[in-house]
Ligand binder design. Sequence first.
Ligand code: ATP
Ligand code: MG
Length: 157
Amino acid sequence: ERTEFITFFHHVIDRFEMNVTSDITLKRDLSDGTYDVWVDKDKIFQVLDNIISNAVKYSPEGGTIRFKTMKQQGRLLVSVSDEGMGIPRDKVDKIFDRFYRADKARSRKVGGTGLGLSIAREIVEAHNGTIRAKSKEGKGTTILFTLPLMNTKRRGA
Ligand code: ATP
Ligand code: MG
């Protein structure tokens, strides 16, 4: 369905803001304009839910999670950054593999199946988007994904 992404993203972040119990700050740097995308909203919610849950899960007390949107080469670029422990450089591309969990010992403590990001990648790619991660050990992680923007001149697609 046609979805204005910025409004949708604000709603998703609002939900997290209400439910986050730990001492984490959520900062939004979302575009003012409208960004129409053609998406399965439930599925894209699942993508955001996993990325943001990870960011919360791996954030230290007092950490900040930053949300950004921008237009890049005719596409919508969405990013979620945290100030968590990060992911080793040689492991960062593996986090989208099924059942992959970066650090077995520490992952056991925080829990999870290691499926979240592989599902997120499947969903984003099914929408003709791309997803990747940037991370610095000890500094934090950014997950970025893109979605094709709808042509605003031709309505009713
Ligand atoms: P699930 O999402 O199924 O509950 P999970 O969160 O462990 O489990 P993924 O979301 O697929 O699985 O993430 C895979 C692994 O990537 C995680 O176990 C963790 O090691 C690493 N990871 C993902 N996001 C972050 C992040 N924001 N900071 C640090 N490590 C991360
Ligand atoms: Mg996860």
